[in-house]
Design a protein around this ligand. Structure first.
Ligand SMILES: [Zn+2]
Ligand SMILES: [Zn+2]
Length: 149
């Protein structure tokens, strides 16, 4: 997945922020990664491009980039959290249990769930985060090959 730097820059300046060298390094690290990156992994990768980068800046930048919809948050086991570039304005992720690959999908038929949740809890539902897990086609394929062979 790739990230459109011009668009990110425009989204940031709409909020009075600039695409600084630090933010750019964070963005590039995530765009270049073959899989989702935790904040610490982002920190390690981005410091190659921007050695003066601090971990706090990484966390703040991830927050900002998540807010403007450039990144997608991926929840792992326990409290670990990682990030991938967002492919669409409103998408959701499916994570492979076997290899950890993250893929985005846009199907989003959440109205019935949101209504039921509102009835059950009395909340006014304003947003949702949806993440599914499963076995990706690559892993399913290689598992099939192993059992066939
Ligand atoms: Zn997989
Ligand atoms: Zn949705």
């Amino acid at each position: 997945m790739s990230l459109d730097t011009a668009q990110v820059s425009a989204e940031l300046s709409a909020r009075g922020l600039r695409l600084t060298r630090q933010r750019r390094a964070v963005l590039d690290a995530i765009a270049a990664a073959p899989c989702s990156l935790s904040p610490l992994q982002v920190y390690d990768a981005a410091r190659e491009q921007c050695p003066e980068l601090g971990l706090t800046t990484v966390y703040r930048t991830l927050e900002v980039l998540d807010e403007i919809g450039v990144l997608r948050r991926v929840h792992g086991h326990g409290h670990c959290e990682s990030f991938v570039p967002a492919a669409t304005a409103h998408g959701h992720t499916v994570v492979c249990d076997a290899c950890g690959r993250v893929t985005e999908f846009t199907a989003c038929d959440m109205d019935a769930v949101a209504e039921a949740a509102a009835r059950e809890t009395g909340y006014r539902i304003t947003d949702h985060f949806l993440q599914l897990s499963g076995i990706c086609s690559r892993c399913a394929h290689s598992a099939g090959e192993r059992s066939a062979g």
